[in-house]
Design a protein around this ligand. Structure first.
Ligand SMILES: NC(=O)c1ccc[n+]([C@@H]2O[C@H](COP(=O)([O-])OP(=O)(O)OC[C@H]3O[C@@H](n4cnc5c(N)ncnc54)[C@H](OP(=O)(O)O)[C@@H]3O)[C@@H](O)[C@H]2O)c1
Length: 332
């Protein structure tokens, strides 16, 4: 590898603020790990926005390189499972959280974090899905394990214009589900229909903002993919049909869930927790294989940016100004 390379570095200024800048790093600044990767692409996820923010509660020590996923080519490996020239991807574990991440031309990681790039996916496509797409796919995997099937009713996707939401719409549509997308963006209907939503509704139709949320309402959805959490999740639980399931992955509307046991004990509703970070390795590899084959979504819209564009893009994702997936190109 070259002696120095470019990365987005988040650092603390003298007045205690946090600033993200493209900087040159040398090989010695990379963390320990068996596999050195020449990064081709990374992508922007909500957690990356938090990592670049002073009160984001992600970064433990500065300076830090965020980026919770990447795809690229192995430069060298001290682990026999990987060899130079092999195409790989990394999502989750401590990548871009406890150790330097993918907003960097080079990354060094433990071999246990590395997934071989599945057949049917290019390095670029792997990051169009990235952590968000993998999380959406894990949500579908868990819902189907729990008995959800295309012929049993409508599936609601909340946070629809976001990374997880958009990927979930495209994935579910490809599998033949009737997808209803819920979004706070009134001008996003055409975009969501192009992704695969059969119907688009406003956020308020899921949760109208009322302080007190009825635990049981009209049974509208057989299932939901929910990256939003908070009060909207409490409200959508009241709308899930008998024996239905909700896969919850996110907290963009908050962490508190003001519901009761009633949807669970009177309607048999299942609330399935989705964690892409420590998802077991075998499941992880199996889901990536499906993303390269029968689950490969046909219509995912992406925007490609370079390292220098990252600071603004990270602000956008926190302010919910992003739409769909943004990938970061790191190799020419
Ligand atoms: N559990 C896991 O393993 C895992 C993995 C990846 C992500 N996540 C989490 O999942 C969430 C979404 O991630 P993402 O990458 O998809 O983020 P994103 O691209 O920013 O999408 C989030 C979407 O949520 C909606 N939203 C934002 N603020 C809201 C609010 N106050 N009330 C209701 N809806 C709101 C917006 O969609 P609309 O404007 O269309 O409504 C927004 O586009 C985050 O909390 C992230 O940390 C978890």
């Amino acid at each position: 590898m070259t002696q120095s390379f470019q990365a987005l570095v988040v650092d603390q200024t003298q007045d205690g603020e946090v600033q993200a800048q493209v900087r040159s790093l040398d090989a010695g600044s990379l963390p320990a790990g068996e596999v050195l990767i020449r990064v081709a692409y990374s992508s922007i996820n909500y957690k990356d926005g938090l990592a670049a923010r002073k009160d984001g509660n992600i970064v433990k020590a500065y300076p830090f390189v965020p980026g919770i996923d990447c795809s690229g080519t192995v430069v060298s490996s001290e682990d026999g499972r990987f060899s130079a020239g092999q195409a790989v991807l990394v999502t989750g574990y401590g990548f871009g959280v406890s150790q330097f991440g993918g907003f960097s031309e080079y990354a060094r990681v433990p071999a246990d974090w590395v997934v071989p790039l599945p057949g049917g996916l290019t390095l670029r496509e792997a990051m169009i899905y990235g952590t968000a797409g993998f999380t959406a796919a894990l949500s579908l995997y868990r819902l189907e394990q729990n008995g959800v099937a295309p012929d049993q009713g409508k599936v609601l996707v909340t946070g629809a214009t976001g990374g997880v939401g958009g990927a979930a719409i495209a994935l579910l549509n490809k599998q033949g589900y009737h997808v209803v997308a819920s979004s706070g963006k009134a001008d996003a209907h055409e975009y969501l229909k192009a992704l695969g939503a059969a119907e688009v509704i406003s956020r308020e139709e899921v949760y109208d903002g009322a302080e007190s949320i009825r635990p049981l309402g009209k049974q509208l959805w057989q299932a939901a993919v929910d990256p939003v959490g908070g009060k909207p999740l409490a409200s959508l639980l009241s709308q899930i049909a008998y024996n239905g399931s909700v896969a919850v992955s996110g907290l963009t509307a908050g962490t508190k869930l003001p519901t009761t046991v009633l949807p669970f004990i009177l309607r048999g509703v299942s609330l399935l927790g989705i964690d892409s970070v420590f998802c077991p390795y075998d499941t992880r590899v199996a889901i990536w294989k499906r993303l390269g084959s029968d689950w490969k979504p046909e219509r995912l819209v992406e925007r490609e940016i370079g390292l220098a564009d990252l600071p603004a893009a990270l602000e956008d994702i926190l302010a919910a100004r992003s739409q769909g997936r943004t990938i970061v190109r790191l190799a020419d």
